[in-house]
Design a protein. Structure first.
Ligand code: ZN
Length: 88
């Protein structure tokens, strides 16, 4: 009787180990599956006319007095030059 009990106990232990390993493997797999391919990181630049941040590739680049400025639109660029002109 004690021999049979021991076999059942071993079977239970083996079963629990099996479940732990299985859940651990599925956890690893789900982590892998959740990982999304990272898109290209875009540098954010500030539009000094409307104070909006936008991706550098979408921005209108203008060089003013040796400094690079980025604008969301031509209107903002014009507005920027207007204010620079007014100030002198
Ligand atoms: Zn703007």
């Amino acid at each position: 009787m004690s021999g049979l009990f021991r076999i059942i106990l071993y079977a239970l232990v083996a079963y629990f180990i099996y479940i732990i390993v299985k859940s651990y493997q599925s956890l690893k797999q789900s982590k892998k599956g959740r990982r999304r391919p990272s898109s290209k990181p875009s540098i954010m630049v500030k539009d000094p006319a409307c104070n909006t941040y936008l991706p550098k590739e979408d921005a209108l680049k203008e060089t003013y007095k040796g400094k690079d400025y980025f604008f969301c639109s031509a209107e903002c660029r014009d507005r920027f030059y207007e204010t620079k002109k007014k100030k002198g």
